[in-house]
Design a binder for this molecule. Structure first.
Ligand code: PRP
Length: 210
C-alpha cells in the first residue's frame, strides 16, 4: 500500500480531482467529506488529509510515502524532501507587496516591518538585502498589515492579484514562482519504487492531456 499525504483546502481539492482521473476506484476521495483517511477501492492507496504545512512532516517521517504540497510550504518548512514532480497547478507567486508609494523607497528605508505567514521565506529574502527588518508573523489576512500600520510591507502569495488590488496594494518585488509539487520519502522511493513510479506516470499522463 502507498500512503499519500494531501493538503486540506484549495490545493488538496485540485489534487483530488487529478488523482481521481489518474487512478480508478477513488470514489471515496471527496473534498466535502470530513474524513481524514481515505482508501482506494482496491486498498492499494491510502490518503491522509493533513494541514498543508504538515505534509512535509508526514512525508519526511515516512508515515506518508508521497506528499502533495505547495512549493511555498516546502520553502517555509525548509524541507529537504525529494521533489519528483512539478504538478503545474496551484500556480501563484511569492511576493513583497505594499502601498504603491513605497515602490521606490522601501528598500532604502533603515527599518522595515514585514507582516507574513511565511517568516522563514521573508527572512531568507531580506537577508540578501542590506536592510534591517522586523518580521511580524500573522496567520491570515496579511494584506491588512500595511492598511492599519502594523507593517510597512507584506510577504505573501499572490494568485489572481485580487486581494492586493481590492486593498490598494501592489507587488513591489517577486521572490519566486510557486506551484504544487509531488514529494517522495527517500526510503519509500527505494522500497516501493515500482508502484510509486506507476502512480507518477498515471498523474503525468493526465497532466499532459490538460
Ligand atoms: C491567500 C494569500 C492572499 C490571497 C491571494 O490567502 O495569503 O491573501 O490568497 O490570492 P489572490 O491573489 O487570488 O487574491 P487565503 O485565501 O489562503 O486566506 P488567508 O488570508 O486567510 O490566509
Amino acid at each position: 500500500m502507498i500512503t499519500i499525504a494531501l493538503p486540506t483546502g484549495r490545493l488538496g481539492n485540485q489534487a483530488m480531482e487529478i488523482l481521481k482521473q489518474a487512478v480508478e476506484g477513488l470514489e471515496e476521495l471527496e473534498p466535502s467529506s470530513r474524513k481524514l483517511i481515505f482508501h482506494s477501492r482496491d486498498s492499494s492507496l491510502r490518503f491522509l488529509l493533513v494541514k498543508p504545512s504538515d505534509v512535509p512532516t508526514y512525508t519526511e517521517h515516512g508515515v506518508a510515502d508521497i506528499g502533495i504540497v505547495g512549493k511555498d510550504t516546502l520553502l517555509e518548512e525548509g524541507s529537504q524532501l525529494y521533489e519528483m514532480m512539478d504538478l503545474g497547478f496551484g500556480k501563484c507567486r511569492m511576493v513583497v507587496a505594499g502601498f504603491p508609494n513605497k515602490k521606490d523607497s522601501w528598500v532604502t528605508q533603515s527599518y522595515t516591518r514585514v507582516a507574513t505567514k511565511y517568516p522563514n521565506i521573508a527572512k531568507n529574502y531580506f537577508s540578501g538585502l542590506d536592510e534591517t527588518i522586523e518580521i511580524i508573523k500573522l496567520n491570515g489576512s496579511v494584506e491588512l498589515g500595511p492598511l492599519v500600520g502594523l507593517s510597512d510591507v507584506i510577504v505573501d502569495i499572490v494568485e489572481s492579484g485580487r486581494t492586493l488590488r481590492d486593498n490598494g496594494l501592489v507587488v513591489l518585488d517577486e521572490i519566486c514562482r510557486i506551484s504544487a509539487r509531488l514529494v517522495v520519502n527517500r526510503v519509500s522511493l527505494k522500497t516501493k519504487n515500482e508502484p510509486i513510479t506507476q502512480l507518477i506516470n498515471s498523474i503525468e499522463k493526465i497532466l499532459e492531456e490538460k
